[in-house]
Design a protein around this ligand. Structure first.
Ligand SMILES: Nc1ncnc2c1ncn2[C@@H]1O[C@H](COP(=O)(O)OP(=O)(O)OP(=O)(O)O)[C@@H](O)[C@H]1O
Length: 304
């Protein structure tokens, strides 16, 4: 079986199942996060996201199913050494300073992390000038920022973030988004559980949607969100220009407002150039598609 697995998987799981007394929390979940991929794990409250994450990390024992973390069993300390984790509920020793918390986690990871990298990591999460302050005096958002630094400090190959922006202000959320994009650029795989769908839409390559313990949908964002729609406000549209619009995709019109269904927004510049060449006056061009939020609501209300 192991020989059949893709060598690149940051995490692979198959048939994960977990029951708590009579309640089935997770019921046959399988998916893969490839190396370098940013995967969103979505779903309503109680869908089983945190339980899945804990099973992936070997923190909860599954009733059934298998997990390979960086190509090894999740319980293997060697696989865990390559993983950074920010838990949903984070608490750090209040009597330690931020720098001491980071040092403690570096020691626990067994990695060698130079002092400069530790400082850089606190800077990355906006805590550079609080390194010497005790965590007991930190706000919840500052503790969550510290948790992010803890997840990143040992140079992980795979980072698991369970609601990393739950305690953060809008600025903090924007910082985390930039952080995620920089991890992506560096080829670090990420599994992100977040209810902030706008952020998921901006940073994730793929998403898995859980509902009542099962995978309700999975795919890249274009796969899940379907075709794009280009909305245009145009005047001076001749029959020829109208034909050009129809050739690009299914066309609908209300007064000066036109909507063209497109498979790929890459055709937009050529389409606009052709319309202008045909004498059309282009007042606005607005690419859009259904939002992840609309899609998620459809899926969990059973309208997919
Ligand atoms: N330790 C536990 N003991 C008993 N039941 C649990 C335990 N952990 C989770 N559950 C139950 O398992 C189900 C899934 O919970 P889980 O925390 O995984 O959901 P979630 O998708 O992460 O939710 P949220 O978005 O609210 O954080 C819930 O019904 C929850 O009550």
């Amino acid at each position: 079986m192991l020989a059949d697995l893709p060598p690149s998987a940051a995490v692979w799981c198959s048939g994960l199942r977990k029951r708590y007394r009579k309640r089935t929390a997770v019921d046959g979940v399988s998916f893969t996060v490839a190396r370098g991929e940013v995967m969103g794990l979505l779903g309503p409250n109680g869908a089983g996201k945190t339980t899945v994450i804990k099973m992936l990390l070997g923190l909860v024992h599954p009733d059934a199913g298998e997990v390979l973390l960086l190509g090894r069993p999740a319980k293997d300390p060697a696989s865990r050494a390559g993983v950074g984790y920010l838990p949903e509920l984070f608490r750090y020793q209040p009597w330690l300073t931020a720098a001491e918390v980071l040092n403690l986690h570096v020691r626990l990871s067994g990695a060698t992390v130079p002092e400069s990298r530790r400082r850089e990591c606190l800077g990355l999460v906006g805590l550079a000038d609080r390194a010497g302050d005790r965590v007991g005096g930190f706000s919840k958002g500052m503790q969550q920022r510290l948790g992010l630094a803890v997840a990143l400090v040992a140079g992980p190959e795979f980072v698991v973030l369970d609601e990393p922006t739950s305690a953060l202000d809008p600025l903090g959320r924007a910082d985390v988004r930039d952080l995620l994009l920089s991890l992506k650029e560096r080829g670090i795989a990420v599994l992100l559980n977040s209810h902030l769908l706008g952020e998921v839409e901006r940073v994730c390559d793929r998403v898995v949607i859980l509902d009542r313990g099962r995978v309700a949908a999975e795919g890249t964002l274009p796969e899940l969100l379907g075709r794009s729609e280009l909305r245009l406000r145009l005047t001076g549209v001749t029959a020829e220009a109208s034909a050009r619009l129809s050739a690009a995709g299914e066309l609908s019109r209300t007064g000066d407002e036109y909507a063209v269904a497109l498979d790929d927004l890459a055709v937009v510049p050529d389409l606009i150039a052709d319309l202008v060449a045909l004498g059309v006056r282009v007042h606005s061009v607005e690419p859009g598609r259904i939002s992840l939020e609309e899609r998620l609501l459809d899926i969990i209300r059973g309208e997919h």
